[in-house]
Write a protein that binds this ligand. Structure first.
Ligand code: ADP
Ligand code: MG
Length: 363
């Protein structure tokens, strides 16, 4: 899976930009404010129907315009070429196209162009709320386990029903028991999918971090399932039922799961420098890409914004080596051309794009 062609209209300062001769490794360089991040944003829009900088179309669309459009062509592993298109309008309307046909579900884009992003917001994986880490975890499980998404939908339905029953104190014991039983089954199953995924992810993450930060100390990735692990989910729900009734919502379960990175028994976010945090975040994203490649035979496209910032030359080099070894397509930005151009091995299929005042020239 790789993006072969990209046309951008009216995204921030990019009025009309086409990227041709896209390679496997694509470096976009240019001064501050030239439009580098906006290029990554456009690719994100193509794969996810939204930006990674907030959800508002108003800030994304070039000032004074009514809509923005991104079109692209993706080469699937089978060799088939698939065209994608996303239009967003000021009035909120979103149009998605696959092979020229209008589609409704964002998952149809996600399927064609699975993306991994490393940018300033990615630090949330360590320092943000558990929701950011659950999203990361769910993304991974979704791409390797096709039974995950319907189960997740079932779980959402059950917990909504149970919570509304608890809240309004309307449901009798019989109904609560029925919803609890179904929730217990679904939650248990979701957790099994997550655990299976996690047991594959953790060793890959550790191996990558051993190369990126070899002297870091004892590194451990932990999965907190969202309830006491000595209990089944059903037992945990039973144990908290009285208190759930009081509070009016379900307190334990996969909706409370979390991932923790520990170093020598301490939370990574409490001990690591900003640069080290960035490497840990890169490790998490690289591990997901590697796992998806190995278990689902699919490649992610990486969007890495301003890789050199916060990293010294040696660590920046190591991240480039990991991305190169993964064989995934990468779009990566930097200010100075030289800071990344020389970091790829001779065999990398490298394209350089100079971004200047919202225009892009190939080098
Ligand atoms: N909605 C918009 N319309 C027009 N220009 C915008 C809009 N939003 C941001 N910009 C401008 O787009 C430029 C490119 O931003 P960005 O892609 O973040 O730059 P870079 O990543 O190269 O530093 C900035 O100069 C910014 O002021
Ligand atoms: Mg930028």
């Amino acid at each position: 899976m790789a993006l072969e062609q990209l046309n951008i209209h009216h995204i921030r300062n990019l009025r009309s930009v086409s990227l041709r001769d896209i390679g496997r490794i694509n470096v976009c360089f240019g001064e501050n404010g030239s439009g580098k991040t906006s290029i990554l944003e456009a690719i994100h829009l193509l794969g996810m129907a939204r930006s990674f900088r907030g959800t508002s179309a108003k800030t994304l669309i070039t000032h004074g315009e009514n809509d923005c459009v991104v079109q692209g062509a993706v080469r699937a592993k089978s060799g088939a070429r698939v065209t994608l298109g996303v239009q967003r309008r000021l009035d909120g309307e979103v149009t998605l196209r696959v092979q020229g046909q209008s589609v409704r579900a964002v998952s149809q884009l996600v399927d064609q162009l699975p993306l991994q992003v490393v940018n300033a917001e990615s630090f949330a994986l360590l320092t943000g709320t558990p929701a950011a880490r659950r999203q990361y975890l769910n993304w991974g499980v979704f791409h390797v386990e096709h039974r995950f998404f319907p189960e997740w939908q079932r779980f959402q339905r059950c917990i909504k029903q149970r919570n509304s029953g608890l809240r309004r104190d309307k449901l009798g014991d019989r109904e609560i028991t029925a919803w609890t039983r179904e929730l217990a089954q679904s939650g248990q199953q979701l957790n099994l999918f997550r655990q299976a995924y996690f047991s594959e992810l953790a060793p890959r993450f550790r191996a990558i971090l051993d190369r990126l930060l070899p002297h870091l100390g004892e590194l451990e990735l932990r999965l907190r399932q969202g309830w006491d692990r000595r209990l089944t989910y059903e037992e945990a729900l039973e144990a908290t039922l009285a208190s759930d009734r009081e509070k009016g919502f379900t307190q334990v379960g996969p909706q409370r799961a979390d991932l923790k990175v520990m170093i020598d028994g301490r939370a990574a976010e409490d001990v690591l420098s900003r640069g080290q945090q960035k490497l840990v975040v890169c490790g998490l994203k690289l591990a997901q890409g590697q796992l998806m490649q190995e278990t689902a035979a699919r490649q992610c496209t990486y969007l890495v914004d301003d890789l050199p910032s916060e990293l010294d030359a040696q660590h920046c080099q190591r991240v480039c080596e990991e991305l190169d070894a993964l064989g995934a397509q990468v779009f990566i930005t930097c200010v100075e051309q030289g800071s990344l151009a020389n970091r790829w091995s001779g065999k990398a299929d490298l394209a350089m794009f100079h971004v200047e005042h919202g225009e892009v020239g190939a080098q």
